[in-house]
Design a protein. Structure first.
Lengths: 358, 801
């Protein structure tokens, strides 16, 4: 056995035997360090004949590489074992409850309005808004409520005291004044929906002094009652998620529409439980009609040229119907339990692509 | 309004069933609100014939009857004293549900004798109160037929009348509408003139000034003498009671009846209590009148009274006077039937707060041609039921002018309604409703005297459509614009972002009233105008809110009372700043109370503080399109911090001079006044103050990202400054020291304590440097560091050794 073979055998055995990283480092220094055994043999090369030097030099280089590889491999093994040993001591009880995070929610009124915006938006409506404090003209007169007319009294209006400008303003009793503002500021064709807060001086089981309405207004030269029916049929079918929901128009009266209608949707009241669908019974859902010529005239539109429809409904009421919320008054109580139970996830944005029924 | 089936049939010849009538009423716009039909429960009950009635073998008071059903004979045990052979009775058989008890009748044994049926009393059928014996049907009743054809069962309809349809305030108007809709034939009304046999003793005195005569243009009357007042006949009492009215006496009942029958208010005076001529005049200011309802009213000169030569004897068109009213001893009456101006009646009724049937009719517009007709019908009915002799008719003034014809192009039915109805059918419908149609070009359609609500051609379209049937209007899709435009404008979209962003931050959205109590409002007025309501629903909801926060704090307080001490609430809604439309601002507001979370093992819970509110406000602003890098924090009232916040732990967020938001701990005194336990932090973002985003020139394209490929370098600095120097001042100094190479600045430590001296603090800032062009050299880094130190020195900071 040559000197090199013997060295190889000894060093490789030492590498394998090294039980930890420092021991391995000792082996490395002992073999490949400045005073190491391989290094020592390298130093002798200078004294050899050129021929011997070549042969012996190659063998030494091979040995050096072999030892380096062995050390690297051993090091990896030792590192891995050391990590395993360390990990074996690192334990946590992952069954612990996570650090608490707050979960917010959206109010059903907001979600319902977003659903409505998605449906009507697809039909080409945009959203119009207006002030809560209104004047008599926009809230009544322009909407064809003549002064002193009994229909005005039915509105239970909240009034403000006489303002510094001598006028007496009021809280809008419906979102309809925004119809007037829209017609006064925009030229037909008009397609808007108007969501917002409305106020009536009434407070009992089924009335709150503040509630929300959403109205629609379409003005052009061709829209007729079949479009009104088509628009609302599409709306209730999408909104309630009943593809073949039947609707019924009944003649009715509103000062600002002529002809006027109330719309019913199919339902069932069997066993005291209200279900929406074609079960033979009817549920009144909204009022609508063709915009009254006096309203068009108030807005400077010629009723012999322009025509269109308007509709309106209570947001809380349809939200209650859709989501089975039993009591109107609870909408405004800020009860966290209610808000979490009937509310909606922050990122659950209703859309036609993602669906409208949670 | 309410009426019974028999009452309707007194005007309408029809074979339609109750359900058919009900459905048709709803479909023509006279919505049936309620239908009370006691006959429905009795459909299986039949006429029985008592063949034998013997004593029950085991009971003295019971009888054992044999009752024929026409096809078989049943044995029935009965306790009624009037059960006897030969009687026709209402027979319930096993399986029938007895209306009073709601229980199904079963065969059974009574005192050991089988009973196979039951003979019923009025009360058991819920047709009345009588329970003294079983119902005795007329001899002519056919055995075995349903009792509903024999019993006097009169279903009651209640319709929800829309305010325009004064023509249907009377039963006859309803009948007319049904006839027009093809559900029968209207019977003729016996309203011809009653011949007077003596001249009336008093004249009609039309005493209204000429310019106000429109308030009561026509007044008709007549004396009937020798009448005998007493109870009204049973049929009239039944009808009045069925619709919830009280029967008083024949004379009073007749006026009530005519009012319901025709929608035509009538008044009857005791003629002997009137002094001289009678007619309308203006009340004098302060004039008083004791009215029929027992109250005395003080009148003014805008109101019309009916007056004789001495006194006001009635509030015209609203209520008669007590002193001249008819009573049991009345033998001569004066019948009054007039026409009053609707808006004056409405105004008078409102002022006096009287809601009478007469007011209800007149303020909606009674048939303009019905004054004389009303007298004639009343006279005839009085003479029929109370006897007497009628005077000649006296009439003052003129009925209002007939309605003007409406120009009508029948093609409008299709244009507006979207339904093609043949012209002949259009004409026919209008004529059936009483309109006069002249078919020129355009048509001239004159409304009948009872349709004051029809004034424009659109009204005629509705008349045609409601009779033709709204069900015949098809549902057509609306034409759609392509490409689709967004429904929301930029601001509406951003408000939606704010809403959902705040919800992702753990806040629960709520909706609270736009009003609050004066006490709460004053705490949050902050020097601004408080806008009260003139007629609040209650004293704790009497001011329009000057801030959204108080209602949220109140909500947190209510939750705490329920044991939920950590409230995290937000609301997006208006605050009110003035009396006029538009003097309001859309706010996104939120409160957090108690701790950041419930207690937990990691122990990171802490009480909420102003920084939580600031973070919420910044997140809301960012969601609303305001980059947080351009936002400065304002401190103190001069910077717009509201006084309802803690003076030392609050601030505002602004860009230039525009204050977008305020945040902080709610002032402990405010919390005390609201009776809510702290800590509570709050923020409000004034969304309406945020300017609309400017559209970039590149459309939707973003500016190109220039990410540097070179190594960034972090450098940390610690400065000692006066404690009063704000962090933002120092950060601003650092930022302005070097804008090119500094890509990020962080503040990672604030220390106040013995090591830095009294009134001082140490602030540690980290800065990231990076060049777009090359790896930074030590010299470059050193130069930036020097600039930063110099800049901070200028604001009072010393680099810590």
């Amino acid at each position: 056995m040559s000197e090199i073979d013997q060295l190889r055998g000894e060093v490789l055995a030492a590498v394998t035997a090294a039980s930890d990283v420092p021991a391995l480092e000792n082996v490395r220094v002992d073999a490949l360090g400045k005073k190491g055994r391989v290094t020592g043999l390298m130093k002798n090369l200078g004294t050899m004949s050129p021929e011997d030097r070549k042969t012996f030099g190659q063998q030494l280089n091979l040995l050096k590489t072999e030892i380096e590889d062995a050390i690297t491999a051993r090091r990896a093994t030792l590192d891995s074992a050391a990590l395993d040993a360390k990990l074996a001591t690192e334990k946590m009880d992952v069954t612990l409850p996570v650090r608490p995070e707050l979960k917010g929610s959206l109010h059903p009124i907001s979600q319902t309005m977003d659903e409505m915006a998605a449906i009507f938006g697809a039909m080409g409506f945009t959203i119009a808004e207006g002030p809560d404090v209104e004047d008599d003209f926009h809230n009544f007169t322009a909407l064809n409520f003549p002064p002193g007319h009994p229909a005005r009294e039915m509105h239970d209006t909240f009034f403000l005291p006489t303002a510094p400008d001598g006028n007496r303003y009021l809280l809008r009793t419906h979102t309809s004044p925004v119809q007037i503002r829209t017609m006064l500021s925009e030229k037909p064709p008009i397609r808007v929906i108007i969501p917002g807060r409305t106020y009536r001086c009434d407070y009992d089981m089924t009335h709150t002094p503040m509630f929300h309405q959403i109205e629609g207004l379409v003005i052009d030269t061709e829209t007729n009652m079949t479009h009104l029916k088509g628009c609302l049929q599409e709306f209730v079918r999408s909104f309630f998620g009943v593809d073949d929901l039947t609707i019924r128009f009944r003649p009715s009266f509103f000062p600002f529409t002529e002809p006027s209608a109330e719309m019913d949707i199919g339902c069932s009241r069997q066993g005291g439980e209200l279900k929406i669908g074609n079960y033979g019974d009817w549920l009144e859902i909204l009022g609508c009609g063709m915009v009254h010529p006096n309203v068009l005239k108030s807005c400077g539109l010629d009723p012999e040229v322009y025509q269109g429809f308007a509709f309106g409904m209570g947001v809380e009421r349809v939200a209650m119907l859709k989501y089975g919320i039993p009591d109107l008054r609870t909408f405004f109580e800020s009860d966290l339990r209610w808000l979490k139970h009937y509310g909606f996830a922050a990122l659950d944005v209703p859309s036609l692509t993602g669906g409208l029924n949670r | 309004m309410k009426f019974t089936l028999s009452w309707l049939k007194s005007h309408l010849d029809t074979s339609a069933t109750v359900d058919e009538i009900s459905a048709k009423l709803t479909s023509i716009g006279l919505e049936v609100d309620a239908l009370h039909d006691p006959g429905k429960a009795l459909s299986s009950f039949i006429v029985g014939h008592v063949l034998e009635a013997d004593k029950h073998p085991n009971a003295d008071r019971l009888k054992l009857c044999k009752v024929s059903t026409g096809t078989e004979t049943l044995q029935v045990v009965c306790g009624a004293p009037n059960a006897r052979a030969g009687l026709k009775v209402v027979l319930a058989r096993p399986g029938d549900v007895i209306p009073e008890s709601g229980e199904k009748l079963k065969k059974g044994k009574i005192r050991d004798v089988e009973s196979q049926g039951m003979m019923c009393s009025t009360r058991e059928l819920k047709l009345g109160e009588d329970h003294d014996g079983i119902i005795e049907l007329p001899e002519s009743a056919v055995v075995g037929t349903p009792v509903t054809t024999v019993l006097n069962i009169d279903p009651v309809f209640e319709i929800n009348l829309t305010p325009n349809r004064v023509d249907a305030l009377g039963v006859r108007g309803v009948a007319r509408d049904l006839a027009a809709a093809g559900l029968g034939t209207l019977k003729p009304l016996n309203d011809g003139a009653v011949k007077g046999t003596f001249p009336v003793s008093r004249k009609i005195a039309m005493r209204l000034p000429a310019d106000q005569s429109f308030k009561c243009p026509q007044f008709a009357g007549r004396t009937v003498k020798g009448v005998k007042n007493g109870p009204s006949p049973a049929w009239m009492q039944d009808r009045l009671k069925a619709i919830g009215l009280r029967s008083v006496s024949a004379l009073v009942d007749i006026t009530q009846y005519i009012n319901i029958d025709l929608g035509r208010p009538i008044h009857a005076f005791d003629d002997e209590k009137l002094k001289g001529d009678v007619g309308p005049r203006l009340a004098t200011d302060g004039e008083t009148l004791p009215a029929l309802n027992g109250k005395t009213y003080t009148l003014d000169s805008s109101m019309v009274v009916i007056a004789d030569d001495a006194n006001a004897v009635g509030i015209g068109g609203i209520m008669g006077g007590e002193p001249t009213s008819v009573g049991d001893g009345t033998t001569t009456i004066f019948i009054e039937s007039a026409w009053f101006d609707p808006s004056n009646i409405a105004a008078t009724g409102r002022k006096l707060e009287i809601n009478s049937d007469a007011r209800y009719c007149f303020e909606r517009g009674v048939d303009i041609a019905s004054a004389v007709q009303g007298v004639e019908l009343t006279t005839r009915m009085v003479m029929e039921l109370c006897g007497g002799e009628a005077s000649e008719l006296v009439v003052g003034g003129q009925a209002p002018a007939a309605f003007k014809p409406v120009a009508f192009d029948p093609a409008r039915v299709a244009k507006l309604g979207g339904v093609s109805v043949p012209n002949a059918e259009i004409k026919n419908i209008l004529e059936r409703l009483g309109f006069t149609v002249a078919t020129g070009n355009p048509w001239q359609v004159t409304p009948p005297s009872w349709r004051s609500d029809v004034t424009v051609w659109q009204d005629l379209v509705e008349e045609v459509l409601r009779i033709y049937g709204y069900d015949n209007i098809k549902a057509e899709p609306m034409p759609r614009a392509v490409p689709q435009k967004p429904a929301l404008n930029a601001k509406q979209r951003l408000v939606g972002n704010v809403r959902r962003t705040l919800a992702t931050r753990g806040l629960a959205e709520t909706v609270t009233w736009s009003f609050l109590s004066k006490n709460h409002a004053e705490l949050f007025a902050n020097g601004g105008t408080l806008v009260p309501l003139a007629n609040p629903i209650s004293s704790d909801l009497d001011i329009l809110r000057p801030s959204v926060v108080p209602n949220l704090i109140a909500g947190a307080g209510r939750n705490a009372a329920r044991g939920l001490h950590d409230s995290n609430l937000f609301e997006i809604g208006p605050r009110f700043e003035g009396f006029k439309p538009g003097e309001q601002m859309l706010m996104a507001a939120g409160v957090r109370s108690g701790h950041t979370s419930q207690r937990h093992w990691a122990g990171t819970r802490r009480p909420v503080d102003a920084m939580d509110a600031k973070a919420d406000a910044l997140a809301a602003l960012e969601a609303a399109g305001v980059s947080s890098s351009g936002i400065q924090t304002g401190v103190g009232p001069k910077e717009g911090t509201p006084e309802w916040l803690h003076p030392g732990r609050s601030g505002t967020l602004k860009q230039g001079n525009q204050i977008f938001a305020w945040f902080g701990e709610v002032h402990p005194r405010v919390l005390q006044a609201l009776d809510v336990k702290g800590p509570v932090v709050a923020f409000e973002v004034a969304i309406d103050r945020i300017p609309d985003a400017k559209k970039g020139k590149g459309g939707t394209a973003r500016t190109l990202l220039k990410a540097s490929p070179y190594q960034p370098v972090d450098r940390d600095f610690a400065f000692v400054v006066d404690a009063a120097v704000s962090a933002e001042t120092m950060l601003k100094a650092v930022r302005n020291a070097e804008r090119e190479l500094v890509t990020n600045i962080g503040l990672f430590d604030v220390y106040e304590g013995p090591n830095v001296g009294v009134g001082k603090k140490s602030v540690a800032i980290t800065v990231t440097l990076q060049s777009k062009d090359a790896t930074l050299t030590d010299e470059q880094i050193e130069a930036v560091a020097k600039k930063i130190v110099a800049a901070v020195e200028k604001v009072g900071g010393q680099l810590r050794g």
